[in-house]
Design a protein. Sequence first.
Length: 77
Amino acid sequence: MRRMRLISEAYAEIKETDPNTAITMTAFRRLVLDGRIPSIMIGNKRLVSMEDVENFFQHGDRQMPESESGKIRPIIL
């Protein structure tokens, strides 16, 4: 079963694990709201999986494949 947390609870776990973390609550919330860290809405609450949070901070943002990063893509008309 996945460990699902509210954004504030997930951030509290990050701070508990690493009290000197450079990430702020605002920056963490922005990562979630921008979709860089996946989340789901349950009513008015947004939940994140702690596994997804850990994966994001271990492997970085993988939205664009590395082979495409920095290349000029052709315009398709």
